[in-house]
Design a protein. Structure first.
Length: 318
């Protein structure tokens, strides 16, 4: 492509990121290496007027190894569709403001801008519930607000994981057993007294070997995963919950799960996703702002963000 590609990044405050491990940093750097112009903005910088979406954005340049490590231009206001592609990298919570942003991005998508990931899919593919599309890959699972159904699930499987459908980073995940004296209050708390649906899954003891994050680029799995190993006394491998990351080669089962999920991701316009696999089971499909690029790049000399930029460029060429 002859003219300079402009790529927009919607994210949390860039000054607050951890440059050692942040995946959005890797994406900006990969675009920058291609000579693309990168424009940084937050959700609050977007607005609509007469059916057009505008952004108050700043050009960003990363300066690895320097202090300061980034340069930001003066803010300018422009139509968001002037960007060839936009990456939605805002971390959850997945709240109403997040949904409103996807509405705006959908308008921009109609004008031909590539949105990663597709706005409708960001709304439709809840990161917990989306696994129910692939029962052949997942552990026994129920989604319900019924205390009796949750108690029955505990009776059937004895050792279970309960989690909210809108959580991230391991927040509010409970391991519940048949003899747990707190199971009643856990059910009441998570379901907000029967008004909110939650997910229950059979506990997978292989969590001790790590909760593997498999990154998917344009429907294809990166050949290595980051196994996030729980700290002592924990059942959550999330790095945000104190887990440690170890790179591992995908197993045959990992590859099979990826092949089950990949075509659906591609069909839904989800160019970048993170599958969470414990043992032989798919437990979550992360589509909002998956991480672990930097860790895998470092351990295996990969360029995952570069692969994503290649996929975006293919979309733009098409």
């Amino acid at each position: 492509m002859n003219k300079t590609i402009v790529i927009g990044i919607i994210m949390d405050p860039i000054e607050q990121i951890n440059t050692i491990k942040d995946s959005t940093w890797a994406m900006i750097l990969a675009a920058q290496k291609r000579g693309w112009q990168v424009r940084y903005m937050q959700q609050a910088d977007l607005f609509t007027s007469n059916g057009r979406v505008y952004a108050e954005s700043r050009a960003v340049t990363l300066l690895p190894g320097q202090d300061p490590w980034l340069e930001l231009s003066q803010e300018t206001t422009h139509e968001l569709a002037e960007c060839n592609a936009v990456l939605m990298r805002k971390d959850p919570p997945f709240d109403l403001e997040y949904i409103y942003t996807t509405y705006m991005l959908e308008l921009v998508e109609l004008q031909g801008t590539v949105i990663v990931n597709r706005p409708q899919s960001l709304r439709d593919c809840n990161e917990k519930f989306f696994t129910t599309w692939f029962p052949q890959c997942a552990p026994p699972t129920v989604v319900t607000r019924s205390a009796e159904q949750l108690r029955q699930f505990i009776r059937e499987h004895d050792d279970c994981i309960f989690k909210p459908l809108d959580g991230m980073g391991g927040a509010s995940i409970f391991r519940v057993g048949s003899n747990d004296p707190n199971k009643g209050v856990i059910i009441e708390t998570l379901t907000q007294n029967g008004t909110t649906s939650i997910m229950a899954q059979r506990f997978i003891p292989e969590i001790s070997a790590g909760d593997k994050r498999i990154l998917m680029v344009d429907g294809k799995a990166v050949p290595y995963a980051l196994a996030r190993i729980p700290k002592a006394g924990e059942t959550r491998g999330n790095l945000a919950a104190g887990g440690t990351g170890k790179g591992v080669t995908l197993s045959e089962r990992d590859v099979w799960i990826s092949e089950q999920v990949g075509p659906v991701l591609k069909e839904k316009g989800i160019l970048f996703a993170g599958l969470d696999v414990i043992g032989d089971y798919l437990t979550e499909i992360n589509v909002t702002s998956p991480t672990c690029i930097r860790e895998l790049d470092k351990q295996f000399e990969l360029d995952i963000a570069g692969d994503l930029m290649n996929a975006i460029e293919l979309r733009l060429s098409a």
